[in-house]
Write a protein that binds this ligand. Structure first.
Ligand code: PEP
Ligand code: MN
Length: 363
């Protein structure tokens, strides 16, 4: 009997883990037994949630904030699972936390952003996971460093964990910005490119830090073909003991999920593929032409470099550079290219020109 139950539980977890999109929700922190049970019940009632999350141990920026209810909250999650059938996931940051979570049948563990930054902590967690068969999700480190994120994945993989996934929760920066943690989507995309075998889910809650942009962030993640979402929910968000501003009720979450446009990465239509192929060939052709033109541009820059060398003048001529940029902004605007793009593009081209000319001047 017990064995069957264990098998069923395992199957439930595997079904959730393999489901796309995988939707994880639950409170930032487990606060009371009633709050955990009511959140789980209301989430399950929406029929849109695959896994229940709750923070048990909370790494807080400043001391004196609510640091999590601790291990006494684990049986609440166990009960919530029993009542709803939702597998559970909890953040772990130490070996002891891994042990406690596993003792109380937590189904999936995740490593938080403040832990991923610290190789000692990640290694401690990884060591505690040795010989254990449990899926693990790894959040990006708080700083935009893909090597650190990769290092955490490697440590956990080396401990023998087979089912691994990534959570993109954004990167912290100094001062107030639109986001609590800047998404820097290109980093998540690069991490996904480097790890084609790992699922990557997005955490709009910790990127947004507020309710009003949650949906935009979630939609963007789905448009970028993320495998799922982890969004915090609370029965009374404004009264939450942590991250009150970014949590939504289970019912509001269901509305949000309904209004997301779920796009597929691929479809089985020959006509669609033919049309796409044609446009991709056009893009390839244009990219080739751009490279040709850039190479021509560098050859002209080389000539200018030679000329500067003969006349003994500096590479960087600030007035000329400003004039180029002003001209490009004006042109770009007419052509539908943003100022941001023009700046990045010309910076890159300019740096390449300078490095070409540097070689010439110093040869
Ligand atoms: C959390 O998920 O509640 C959390 C603490 O997130 P992060 O590790 O992304 O800060
Ligand atoms: Mn939180």
């Amino acid at each position: 009997m017990e064995a069957t139950q264990t098998n069923n539980a395992k199957e439930l977890v595997q079904n959730a883990w393999n489901k796309r999109p995988l939707i994880i929700s639950g409170p930032c922190s487990a606060e009371t037994e009633e709050q955990v049970i009511e959140t789980a019940t209301r989430l399950a009632k929406t029929g849109k949630i695959d896994m229940l999350r709750a923070g048990i141990w909370k790494p807080r920026t400043r001391p004196g904030m609510f640091e999590g209810i601790g291990a006494k909250g684990l049986p609440w999650l166990q009960r919530a699972k029993k009542l709803t059938g939702l597998p559970t996931t909890v953040e772990v940051a130490t070996g002891k936390q891994v042990e406690d979570a596993l003792t109380f049948d937590v189904d999936v563990l995740w490593i938080g952003a403040r832990t991923t930054v610290n190789p000692f902590s990640v290694q401690e967690v990884a060591d505690a996971l040795r010989g254990v068969d449990v899926p693990v999700l790894i959040k990006n480190p708080i700083n935009p460093d893909l090597e650190l994120w990769t290092g955490a994945v490697e440590r956990v993989a080396k401990a023998g964990i087979k089912q691994l996934g990534l959570i993109h929760r954004g990167f912290s920066s100094y001062g107030n910005t639109e986001y609590r943690n800047a998404p820097m989507w290109h980093l998540a995309i690069e991490m996904k490119r480097r790890n084609p075998g790992l699922m990557i889910i997005n955490d709009p809650s910790h990127i947004s830090g507020r309710r009003d942009i949650l949906l935009d962030v979630a939609q963007k993640a789905i448009d970028l073909d993320f495998d799922g979402l982890m969004i915090e929910s609370h029965i009374d968000p404004d009264k939450a003991w942590s991250d009150a501003k970014q949590q939504v009720t289970p019912e509001r979450l269901a509305e949000m999920l309904d209004s997301i446009v779920w796009r597929k990465e691929d479809i089985n239509s020959e006509e669609f593929h033919a049309a796409m192929e044609k446009m991709r060939q056009q893009i390839n052709q244009l990219d080739d032409e751009l490279l040709q033109i850039l190479s021509q541009r560098m050859k002209v820059a080389d000539k200018i470099g030679q000329y500067k060398k003969e006349n003994n003048i500096t590479i960087l001529q600030t007035n000329r550079w400003n004039a180029i940029l002003e001209r490009a902004y004006a042109k770009g605007e007419k052509l539908g290219l943003s100022k941001e793009f023009i700046t990045k593009y010309f910076d890159a081209v300019h740096m390449e020109s300078i490095s070409h000319q540097n070689k010439i001047l110093n040869s």
